[in-house]
Design a protein around this ligand. Structure first.
Ligand SMILES: C=C(O[C@@H]1C=C(C(=O)O)C=C[C@H]1O)C(=O)O
Length: 153
């Protein structure tokens, strides 16, 4: 099978605009993405992170760089579009990976209130969730999802 660059999405919400909350949530999200997609840092081309404008206490990239072996992965942080009524306090990631896996087999991970972003394709996966998120973890598949957004970006 030919190896291609593909994108893996993720999102998580935090309770407060603090450096600790941003770090912990981003790290938890990234760990879930790594585990569910069996990622090796060397296969990761880059990561784009966004935060909603109500979050600015720290750069979420710090948490990605803290993962073992991820210190050389190019990272970029940006502000998400402030669409009126959209989900607050949300951190999003787009991980570019070199992979042999087909697009429909990638696991896109939505944690906490971010599950509401894509209820059409999110389904519980309690084994991979932290205790406060059991039953709320959402995993979505990229292909054939329809891509409609029910809760607003
Ligand atoms: C729905 C989301 O939020 C926003 C909307 C997106 C979309 O419509 O595909 C993608 C990223 C965000 O800008 C999401 O993060 O999945």
């Amino acid at each position: 099978m030919t190896s291609k660059v593909r994108g893996i999405r993720g999102a998580v919400t935090v309770e407060a605009n603090t450096a600790e909350a941003i770090f912990d949530a981003t790290r938890r999200l990234m760990q879930a993405i790594v585990e569910q997609n069996r990622l090796a840092a060397d296969d990761v081309a880059s990561v784009i992170l966004t935060m909603t404008p109500d979050l600015n206490a720290d750069f979420p990239a710090r948490a990605v760089r803290s993962l073992p072996g991820w210190q050389w992965v190019p990272l970029m942080c940006a502000t998400e579009i402030a669409v009126p009524g959209s989900l607050p306090r949300c951190i999003r990631v787009l991980v570019h990976v070199n992979t042999d896996v087909t697009q429909d087999a990638l696991h896109h991970v939505y944690l906490g209130e971010a599950v509401a972003l894509r209820p059409d394709i999110a389904h519980p996966s309690p084994a991979a969730a932290s205790s406060d998120e059991r039953g709320e973890l959402g995993t979505k598949r990229a292909a054939g999802s329809g891509g409609e957004q029910a809760a607003g970006g």
